[in-house]
Design a protein around this ligand. Structure first.
Ligand code: MUC
Ligand code: MG
Length: 379
C-alpha cells in the first residue's frame, strides 16, 4: 500500500533576536518562523520552515500569509498524495499554486525531510549528493552602531566563528554609510573581508558613486544596490563597478537567473531556496550560475535552525561556492529551537550528518515561543 501524506500542520513561532537587526527597509527585534509539519501514513514527520524579514517589508510573502496559503489551499491538494515521491507532490502543487515561493520551499523541505528519513540518508543525498561537510559562513553586522559592530566583529574573529562580515547599509545618506563601512574596515584590517548589502536602497547615480567610494574603503562585494526591478541598472553597475556586484532580491527563481546570466547582469548570485521557490529550484539557479560563469553564494532569509539546515543540505552539494554562505541566522536568535544546536567553528557551519535534515526541533521550546493557536500535537 502506498505511503500517503496524512496530515499537515502549520505553526507560527516568534523568537527574539539578540540585538536589533537593521536593514535599509526595516529593523527587526524578533524572527517570525512558520513551521510546517507533514505527517505521513507510516508515522514519519517531515518539517519545513518559511521565514522572511520584517513581515511584508522584504518580500511578497509573510509567515502568517504562508500559514494561510498552506492551511487553505496547499493542504487540501496534498492530503492523500504519495509521500514517497516529493517531486510528484511538488509538481501537483506547482500546477495549482502560482508564486508563493516561500510556501513551496517549506513544503518541499518537509517532503524531502520525510523521504530522506525513510530512506535512511541525509537530505543532501536526495539533492544530488554531498560534496562538503563544512560551509564557510559570514556574520552580518547590522546593529546600526559603528562601535558596536566593530566590537561584535572583533569578538567573532577572536573566537574563530567569522572573519567575513556583511554590513547592512542603505538606510543612511551615502557619505555616512561609507564612513561607517570604512571605519569598520580600518579597525579590522586584513583580519576580515568586508562586504555590504544595500537591500535595493540606491538609485543608479548613488550606486555608481557608492561603488567607487566603497572600493576605496576596501569593500570586497556589493549586494543588491538597486531596486529588484532595475535589472538594467544592475547590469550597468556590473559592467562598470570596481567592486563585484551580487544579485539578491531580483533573483526569484531559475527564470530570473537565466535572464540575468544572459545579460551578464551580475557577478554573483545570492542563492536562497525560499526566494527561488524551493530547494531544487535553487539548485537550478546554481547550475545556471555555473554555466554562466557567475559566482555562487549561499544566502539566507534569516531562517532559524530548520530553514538554515535545509539550505546547508543543498549548499553542501554545490561544486562551486565562490563567496561562501551567510547561514548564521540561528545565532541571531536568543534561543536555539533545535534539540542539538548547529555547530559553528573554524569560520564554518558543519552540515548535519543524520538522516533527513539531520536536526530535530526541541518541541518544548517551540511550544513556548508558539503564538496562540490550535494546540493539536504533531508528535
Ligand atoms: C539579505 O538581505 O540578504 C541576509 C543576511 C541579513 O542580514 O539579511 C538577510 C537578507
Ligand atoms: Mg541581501
Amino acid at each position: 500500500m502506498a505511503i500517503t501524506i496524512d496530515r499537515i500542520d502549520t505553526w507560527i513561532v516568534d523568537v527574539p533576536t539578540i540585538r536589533p537587526h537593521v536593514l535599509s527597509m526595516t529593523s527587526i527585534n524578533k524572527q517570525v518562523m512558520m513551521f510546517v509539519f507533514v505527517t505521513c501514513s507510516d508515522g514519519i514527520v517531515g518539517v519545513g520552515e518559511g521565514t522572511t524579514i520584517g513581515g511584508l517589508s522584504y518580500g511578497d510573502e509573510s509567515p502568517e500569509g504562508m500559514k494561510l496559503a498552506i492551511d487553505l489551499y496547499c493542504t487540501p491538494l496534498l492530503l492523500g498524495q504519495n509521500a514517497t515521491i516529493p517531486a510528484a507532490a511538488m509538481a501537483l502543487l506547482r500546477s495549482q499554486v502560482v508564486g508563493n515561493h516561500f510556501v513551496k520551499n517549506a513544503l518541499e523541505c518537509a517532503l524531502l525531510d520525510a523521504a530522506a528519513q525513510r530512506s535512511g540518508v541525509a537530505m543532501s543525498e536526495l539533492l544530488g549528493g554531498r560534496l562538503r561537510d563544512k560551509l564557510p559562513v559570514l556574520w552580518a553586522l547590522a546593529s546600526g552602531d559603528t562601535n558596536r559592530d566593530i566590537d561584535e566583529a572583533t569578538q567573532m574573529i577572536e573566537c574563530g566563528r567569522h572573519n567575513v562580515f556583511k554590513l547592512k547599509i542603505g538606510k543612511r545618506p551615502l557619505k555616512e554609510d561609507v564612513a561607517h563601512v570604512a571605519a569598520i574596515k580600518r579597525a579590522l584590517g586584513d583580519r576580515a573581508s568586508i562586504r555590504v548589502d544595500v537591500n535595493q536602497a540606491w538609485n543608479q547615480h548613488t550606486a555608481t558613486r557608492g561603488a567607487k567610494m566603497l572600493a576605496d574603503a576596501g569593500v570586497d562585494l556589493i549586494e543588491q544596490p538597486v531596486h529588484r526591478a532595475d535589472r538594467v541598472g544592475l547590469e550597468q553597475l556590473t559592467r562598470n563597478s570596481p567592486v563585484p556586484i551580487m544579485a539578491d532580491e531580483t533573483l526569484n527563481g531559475p527564470g530570473d537567473a537565466l535572464d540575468i546570466a544572459r545579460h551578464r547582469g551580475a557577478h554573483a548570485f545570492s542563492i536562497k531556496p525560499a526566494q527561488s521557490g524551493g530547494l531544487f529550484a535553487a539548485g537550478q539557479i546554481a547550475a545556471i550560475a555555473t554555466a554562466g560563469n557567475i559566482g555562487i553564494y549561499g544566502g539566507t532569509m534569516l531562517e532559524g535552525g530548520i530553514g538554515t539546515t535545509a539550505s546547508a543540505q543543498l549548499f553542501s552539494t554545490f561544486e562551486k561556492l565562490d563567496w561562501g554562505t551567510e547561514l548564521f541566522a540561528p545565532l541571531l536568535q536568543t534561543e536555539d529551537i533545535l534539540a542539538t544546536p548547529l555547530t559553528y567553528s573554524d569560520f564554518s557551519l558543519h552540515v548535519p550528518t543524520g538522516t533527513g535534515l539531520g536536526v530535530q526541533l526541541d518541541m518544548d521550546k517551540v511550544k513556548n515561543f508558539r503564538r496562540d493557536g490550535p494546540t493539536r500535537s504533531v508528535h
